[in-house]
Every structure is written in structure tokens, then in C-alpha cells.
Design a protein. Structure first.
Length: 251
């Protein structure tokens, strides 16, 4: 897939492993590839984590959320998990003209046990971090957001109004990100295209029947709107319960 698509930047969310776990064959393949590697594993083995592979070496890289983006005396929602990068959820590469951020948002869980954390802590902190970056350079975000933003973004919206990934709180925060600085690139290009999803349950043949959710996004700064050439969802590409999402942007 990578040989055929030949991306300038590849971002992965929920890697679940560390680079030292690669086989010698895989290590050799990566060393021979044109990519600089940026791994951000979680402290807990087999959990969350992100990684970015870029043909251009980053001017700087940061793992987690930059503490400089917060006024600690006034912001009560910052916690150790975020500041100390325990879960490896955010990797930021700085380039000459933009920032590239890959993100794996906490899952609210089937019983919504982590919804309050996501709503009151994570989303507030991450929006403030993106605002901090945006004030310096435009931002491109590759994001497993774990939310279907609108009814068009999942196959069965009526049945899932109280389900994780489609709660009022999760969708509200997606609105907040779009109201602040950012564009949903796929909807920018295809505002009314239905039945385009990026995740399917392994249960009950959901993928074969296209009973899916669009929960993976590229968001970009509003100021990059005219630079966006195309956005795609590779929903026929197999290998995971997710499929790749892609943008072409002229930077």
C-alpha cells in the first residue's frame, strides 16, 4: 500500500507497540525507506500510542501536549496523563510552513466510563494546545477522533444517539474544533456524500454491509482552505477495522 500510494507523511494512531518490537526484517525495511521515524508509545504495553513517518525531517518534534500552551494557574483541566504523555496520544512535527499533528483521542468506552474525562479534560486541553500552535503556524491534524460528527457520518444515527462516539457531548466538541480554527477536509470537499466511513465493527459482517462510522479525520487550519487539493477515504483498503484517510495539500 505504501509503495503504491507513496505518501509524503504517514501517521498512525493506536500503534500499541514500541519500535524495539519490530522484527529485524521490518527494521531493515524502514531503514531502507525514505522516511524519518517518530514513535510515541504509551507507558502501558499494548495500549494507545502514535507514530509518524515523514520524508522530510522535522525541524522539531514533541510528544504529548506542550506545557507552554497552558497557564497552569488558570487552567484546572490539565492533568498528569496529558502533560506527562503517559498514553502517547499526541505527536507533533514542526516543519518550515506548518505543524503536523497526529492524535489518538481517548475512547469514551461502551459504558461511557471515560466520557466525562474526554469532555471535561481531554477536548478542552487539546483545543487549547491546537490554538497555541495555530498562533505560530498553520496546523494539519491527522486524527482518530472517536466521534461521528453528523448523522451522515454513521450508518445508523437513530440507534446510536446515546452511544459512545455519537453522544451530544462528543459531537459538541467536534463543533468547537471546527468553530475555532479548523476545517474537516473530507466534508469540505464532499459536504453531502453519504455512506463514506472509516471504521466498521468486526461483528455481524458490518464492513461487508457497510454499517460503519466516519471517525478518522484530517483537519486543517482555516487559513489552509485554498491549499487543499483533495480528500479521500480508502474504504476498500483492508487490514484493520479502520481504513486509511488521505489528503493532498499544497504547502
Amino acid at each position: 500500500f505504501l509503495t503504491e500510494e507513496n505518501p509524503d507523511i504517514l501517521a498512525i494512531q493506536e500503534t500499541k507497540w514500541r519500535p524495539e518490537q519490530l522484527t529485524k526484517k521490518d527494521q531493515a525495511l524502514l531503514e531502507e525507506s525514505p522516511y524519518f521515524q517518530y514513535w510515541n508509545p504509551a507507558q502501558r504495553p499494548g495500549y494507545s500510542g502514535t507514530a509518524v513517518f515523514s520524508k522530510t525531517e522535522a525541524l522539531s518534534v514533541s510528544y504529548g501536549i506542550d506545557k507552554k500552551s497552558f497557564d497552569h494557574e488558570s487552567v484546572e483541566f490539565v492533568d498528569e496523563t496529558l502533560l506527562e504523555n503517559h498514553e502517547g496520544r499526541v505527536t507533533t512535527l514542526e516543519f518550515e510552513k506548518h505543524y503536523f499533528v497526529t492524535v489518538y483521542t481517548p475512547n469514551s468506552k461502551d459504558d461511557l466510563a471515560r466520557l466525562a474525562y474526554r469532555y471535561n479534560v481531554w477536548d478542552k486541553a487539546f483545543l487549547q494546545y491546537l490554538t497555541y500552535l495555530e498562533m505560530k503556524k498553520p496546523v494539519v491534524i491527522c486524527w482518530d477522533l472517536n466521534v461521528a460528527h453528523r448523522p451522515i457520518d454513521l450508518a445508523r444515527p437513530k440507534q446510536n444517539t446515546m452511544s459512545a462516539w455519537f453522544t451530544k457531548e462528543e459531537r459538541e466538541w467536534m463543533d468547537n474544533f471546527l468553530d475555532a480554527w479548523f476545517l474537516d477536509t473530507f466534508r469540505e470537499k464532499y459536504p453531502d456524500t453519504p455512506e463514506k466511513y472509516s471504521w466498521w465493527s468486526y461483528r455481524a459482517g458490518a464492513r461487508a454491509r457497510n454499517v460503519g462510522w466516519r471517525i478518522d479525520y484530517f483537519l486543517i487550519s482555516q487559513k489552509l482552505k485554498d491549499n487543499l487539493e483533495e480528500a479521500k477515504i480508502y474504504d476498500e483498503t483492508l487490514g484493520s477495522d479502520h481504513c486509511p484517510v488521505w489528503i493532498e495539500i499544497n504547502l
